[in-house]
Design a protein around this ligand. Structure first.
Ligand code: HEC
Ligand code: CU
Length: 360
């Protein structure tokens, strides 16, 4: 009876694991469906090492079964001792050389790829021009992301916008605790630290960026950083070079506006309630980064998510402003402003919804 129970318990665990793993594999979020040069490289190394592991396991299993069958104790032969191979020179050499060969086969592409991925000379070049190599400074914060385009003097939050089919170079750092920057379908990940800047590059493939159901690739924080770590998501929007250039132009000229009474009331509240102390509403923000305590809200009206996670609609904006703690425990906005009346929430929501790049 007990035996039977244990067996079924194990079965249930495996069945559940299969179910959970079946949730992986969305193209906008999967290492197994690479959509860029870096992800391709990492994927092929994964495949190579998996094949090698499977071959090793298979060969060892076959030898094991063969030995068990061949050398089993037979009736009548109970006292017979088979030939002893301890210290056999030949065998020792064989099983030392094979792993060495396997390691070499694995090491050569891994080391080559490592150097390739770490090659950020283009971004450090003296007199680098923005056309040669696009550089983006990523700053990870509890629990939001900031993307600064130093060549263009603009800042975005939560939504990373990149051109396709070219190398994009990243300076990575964190402003509070260690986080990790990861776009599963594109490559990575790399830690963002508080005490130094890590650098790497990624490339976003135009063809494979044509996602069927999602408009965006998903980015994640891959280093446990606090209660809302799992909610520290960002989106990646991929644009052709031309589209990207006109986006940059639009962002440089962008000025937050409030149209209509309600939105203007919201704009006023945004200052009175101290929101402006943490949130800029324009992409050109020359304050030092310590002063940028919350996500830049420029173009917030056209984001696909509120706070990186909630679907972007009026109701969710209201809910977030009323009680951010309910959606992202431990976030740095909770309790930093007086409680808002319903009318105030309405006005603020109207103002935020109107922060758009379009039709400007
Ligand atoms: C002490 C600084 C601070 C103040 C004051 C503050 N916020 Fe925030 N806000 C933040 C932080 C930090 C986040 C990011 C939370 C997260 O995602 O973990 C945030 C997130 C948001 C978001 C979601 C942003 C996004 O990118 O999706 C909105 C909208 C927002 N705040 C509006 C407001 C409004 C309106 C006020 C004023 C009533 C306000 N905030 C006051 C720090 C602040
Ligand atoms: Cu994090």
């Amino acid at each position: 009876m007990k035996n039977w129970l244990t067996k079924w318990r194990l079965f249930t665990v495996f069945a559940l694991m299969t179910l959970v793993l079946a949730g992986c594999g969305e193209p906008f979020l999967s290492t197994l469906q690479p959509a860029g040069e870096v992800a391709d490289m990492q994927y092929s190394i994964m495949i190579l090492s998996t094949i090698m592991m499977v071959v090793v396991v298979a060969v060892v299993t076959i030898i094991f079964v063969y030995v068990v069958v061949k050398f089993r104790r037979r009736k009548g032969d109970e006292d017979k001792i088979p030939e002893q191979v301890e210290g056999s020179h030949k065998l020792e050499v064989i099983w030392t050389v094979i792993p060495i060969l396997l390691l070499i086969v694995l090491a050569v592409p891994v080391v080559a790829a490592t150097f390739d991925l770490a090659d950020t000379r283009a971004m450090d070049k003296e007199n680098r021009k923005p056309e040669d190599a696009l550089v983006i400074n990523v700053r990870a914060n509890l629990y939001w992301w900031e993307f600064e385009y130093p060549d263009h003097g603009i800042i975005t939050s939560q939504d990373l916008v990149v051109p396709t089919d070219e190398k994009v170079y990243f300076n990575l750092k964190a402003s509070d605790v260690k986080h990790s920057f990861w776009i599963p379908a594109i490559g990575g990940k790399m830690d963002t630290n508080t005490e130094n800047i890590n650098k790497f590059w990624l490339q976003f493939d135009s063809e494979r960026s044509d996602l069927e159901n999602e408009d965006y690739f998903y980015g994640k924080c891959a280093e446990l950083c606090g209660p809302s770590h799992a909610l520290m998501d960002f989106k990646v929007e991929t644009l052709s070079k031309d589209e990207f250039n006109s986006w940059v132009k639009g962002m440089k000229e962008y000025k937050a506006t409030a149209e209509g009474d309600m939105a203007q009331q919201g704009e006023q509240l945004f200052e009175e309630k101290g929101c402006i102390g943490c949130h800029a509403v324009n992409p050109v923000d020359e304050r030092p980064e310590q002063a940028r305590k919350g996500p830049n809200l420029a173009t917030f009206g056209e984001r696909s998510r509120v706070a990186g996670i909630l679907e972007h609609n009026e109701e969710n904006i209201r809910k977030w402003l009323k009680d951010p703690e309910a959606y992202k425990p431990g976030n740095k906005m909770t309790n930093t402003y007086p409680e808002l009346e319903d009318g105030e929430v309405d006005a603020l929501t109207e103002y935020l919804k109107g922060l758009k790049l379009e039709e400007k």
